[in-house]
Design a protein around this ligand. Structure first.
Ligand code: ADP
Ligand code: MG
Length: 259
């Protein structure tokens, strides 16, 4: 029997020495080079960094979508490397939510069926009161019988967020959730994520390229070459943009010298 909820102050997610090496014909690619991080409950963290710095790899390992080469991931009190494939699948469906840039909704299902899919797959009984709150929160009450193709991009991403929230997960991971949206729709989606953290004490970890999107978070961590190179509590959008620009200049210089 796995204990899902530990002490009240137990972090939602903990990463220790997280390392991921992708095998390759030439030199293997070290996408994560020993990442340590703690994400507390009820917080909103943005993960930034240049393209190829390991952001998606970090999120996928933390969410149990990918097995790291070395190191540990805890979701609450559960250490993922000790889980069988079956238990890991259960954890992915029930205890974490994932939102992708490309929405990844199923076109043949209605909005409501898409939202309920992860619960259907686990056979869990839906918590109707929670689902009603989630559907109300994302503002899709009058779209439940529509197919995703009848919705705008912003509405489709709101469905994906509702789907991620349906099981009342301990943490929601979002990989560039606003990357495919125009800025007005992006603002709406970011406000929604901020709201689920503030009002429902959810934990959100979001990859983004956009300093304005990152400024919705409580904290910004910056990756470079598979390592955390900066951890900033509540920086404004201007400070984030300046840090990223400095990082870009340094990366260019290093590449100029080393390669
Ligand atoms: P980011 O999301 O920050 O752009 P990724 O985590 O996608 O970065 O990638 C980090 C590094 O790992 C990159 O060098 C990328 O090319 C490599 N990589 C990512 N996924 C794979 C894969 N499935 N196979 C081989 N290399 C990969
Ligand atoms: Mg990525």
């Amino acid at each position: 029997m796995t204990v899902h909820y530990g002490h009240h102050d137990e972090p939602a997610v903990r990463l220790q020495g997280l390392t991921r090496v992708y095998p390759a014909d030439g030199a293997p690619v070290r996408a994560l080079a020993g990442v340590d991080a703690v994400f507390h409950r009820g917080t909103f963290t943005a993960v930034m960094g240049p393209s190829g710095s390991g952001k998606s790899t970090l999120l996928q390992a933390a969410a149990g979508l990918d097995r790291p080469t070395a190191g540990c991931v805890w979701i609450g009190g559960t250490e993922l490397s000790r889980l069988s494939e079956t238990k890991l699948t259960e954890l992915r469906r029930g205890r974490v939510g994932f939102v992708f840039q490309a929405f990844n909704l199923i076109g043949a299902l209605t909005v409501e069926e898409n939202i309920l899919l992860p619960l259907r797959l686990t056979g869990a009984r839906p918590d109707r009161a929670w689902l009603d709150r989630v559907i109300d929160r994302v503002g899709l009450g009058d779209r439940l019988r529509h197919r995703p193709s009848a919705l705008s991009g912003g509405q489709q991403q709101r469905v994906a967020i509702a789907r991620a929230l349906a099981s009342r997960p301990e943490v929601i991971f979002c990989d560039e959730p606003t990357g495919a949206l125009d800025s007005t729709t992006a603002t709406e989606v970011l406000g929604l994520l901020r709201g689920v953290v503030d009002e429902h004490r959810q934990t959100v970890v979001m990859v983004t390229h956009d300093p304005v999107a990152a400024s919705y978070a409580d904290r910004v961590i910056v990756l470079a070459d598979g390592r955390i190179v900066r951890d900033m509590p509540q920086p404004g959008a201007d400070a984030i943009a300046e840090h990223l620009a400095a990082l870009g200049r340094r990366t260019l210089r290093t590449e100029g010298v080393a390669r």
